[in-house]
Design a protein around this ligand. Structure first.
Ligand SMILES: Nc1nc2c(ncn2[C@@H]2O[C@H](COP(=O)(O)OP(=O)(O)OP(=O)(O)O)[C@@H](O)[C@H]2O)c(=O)[nH]1
Ligand SMILES: [Mg+2]
Length: 417
């Protein structure tokens, strides 16, 4: 009798554990992150170019792609929108096929570490976007270790192929050397530097087609020693995608004419040869005050950019870059990637495809973009000094950008000019 009841007790215990197990399994499924119906953008993984590749990344991160219903994942764009102050934990919802990208030397490690820390604290710790590092020399272990430890997403390290960081065969290197000597005498900033010229040419025509970058649709460029002064409450990549933006900026200014004496002639030649690439409803008025005859030196400062890689990889942009590159001004003058990108964006994109990120507060020596308006700065928990805001000063072109686009300037802009 006692043996029989012990058997029943055993059956009951086994049944209890089976039921408890089933309950646990079904319950843990219920709390898994919601599936995001995304299909990806059709890109396939490119081989790792040069350096290592880490496999870190949030294990439960939302899937990546662009096939989703934005209405199902509302993005808080203003303090009045629900979820604005939801700055803790990993954000659910879709991710764009996007990456941060940094060109750097091994010696830049501690300066880029500062930049990464700010980008992560103000934005990326909640999103886990990847970060691609590019270099003309192999990255060393310290660089990889430090940067990987700071980035919440996956990190990738690429070695730039020599043909993207050297004199093309049509360049007369003696002539280029004489130019550098002359610019040195005239004390033009970076005027005597070869590596600076390779850097500008690389950022103008090659970063977006490195093997590692072929995996992505959008990029956010980050340089060493920058500051991000305010919280970024929404996903700028998603903003770009959902609003069909192709290029964006936070600071704009006038270029040194000594570095680009014939750039506009070269651009005019391109426009004549490729009228099919010039957009109707473009922003020529941002670049020229006389209907395109001369360049007014306005450009977006390209050390910060969030943009479309597919646009940079388009025939339109590649034809433009090749035409400029053939003319030789990266070496016979000192064309910067900022005017080169800006002129392309202003001529070959529709006005509406450009965007000014007022709410991304930013510093790269020596200029600051600090959002105008005390309310905005408080809502974004900014730590920049509004007196240092460059937007409305005489050397900035942001006021012109607002005028060209018939945009209303933020309240209080006159006091900052
Ligand atoms: N790998 C590599 N990266 C470089 C080289 N020169 C510049 N860079 C990177 O290219 C970007 C632009 O260079 P910077 O020296 O910052 O140029 P800049 O912003 O015009 O000038 P600064 O006012 O000095 O910042 C930065 O991300 C640098 O780290 C180089 O020779 N090799
Ligand atoms: Mg810099």
């Amino acid at each position: 009798m006692a043996a029989g009841s012990a058997r029943y007790v055993r059956y009951i215990l086994v049944a209890f554990f089976i039921l408890a197990g089933l309950y646990f399994v079904s319950n843990s499924r219920a709390v898994a992150p919601p599936a995001v119906p995304l299909s990806g953008s059709g890109n396939t993984a490119a081989p790792v170019n040069g350096g290592g590749d880490t496999t870190k990344g949030a294990p439960n991160a939302p899937k990546i792609g662009s096939d989703y219903d934005p209405a199902k994942f509302p993005m808080a764009m203003t303090p009045n929108d629900p979820g604005w102050n939801d700055l803790a934990g990993i954000k659910d919802g879709p991710r764009m096929n996007a990456t941060f990208v940094t060109l750097a030397r091994n010696s830049d490690v501690w300066e880029i570490a500062k930049s990464i820390r700010q980008v992560e604290d103000r934005f990326n710790r909640r999103y886990g976007y990847d970060w691609v590092f590019l270099n003309d020399q192999p990255f060393d272990d310290t660089f990889k270790k430090v940067t990987t430890s700071l980035v919440s997403g996956k990190t990738h390290y690429g070695l730039i192929p020599e043909e993207h960081w050297s004199f093309p065969e049509w360049i007369d290197t003696d002539k280029a050397a004489k130019v550098r000597e002359d610019m040195k005498q005239r004390q033009i900033i970076y005027g005597d530097s070869i590596s600076y010229r390779h850097m500008c040419r690389f950022e103008s025509g090659f970063f977006f087609r490195q093997a590692l970058m072929m995996n992505y649709d959008y990029y956010w460029r980050v340089e060493p020693s920058i500051e991000l002064y305010c919280d970024v409450h929404y996903d700028p990549f998603r903003y770009m995608h959902e609003n069909n933006k192709k290029y964006s900026f936070v600071l704009s200014l006038l270029e040194y004419m000594e570095t680009i004496p014939t750039l506009w002639d070269s651009v005019k030649k391109f426009m004549k040869n490729h009228p099919e690439h010039i957009a109707a409803g473009n922003s020529l008025g941002f670049l020229s005050d006389d209907g395109g005859e001369t360049y007014n030196r306005c450009h977006f400062w390209s050390n910060f950019e969030v943009g479309s890689l597919n646009w940079l990889r388009s025939d339109q942009y590649i034809d433009y870059f090749n035409s400029l590159d053939q003319d030789g001004g990266f070496f016979y003058e000192r064309w910067g990637d900022a005017p080169v990108h800006s002129i392309a964006a202003a001529l070959m994109l529709k006005k509406e495809e450009l965007h000014f990120f007022n709410d991304i507060a930013y510093y790269h020596v020596p200029f600051t973009h600090c959002p105008t308006g005390e309310k905005t700065r408080e809502a974004l928990k900014c730590h920049c000094n509004p007196k240092e805001n460059f937007d409305w000063k005489g050397y900035s072109c942001t006021s012109k950008f607002f005028d060209v686009n018939n945009m209303e300037k933020p309240k209080g802009w006159e006091e900052e000019s």
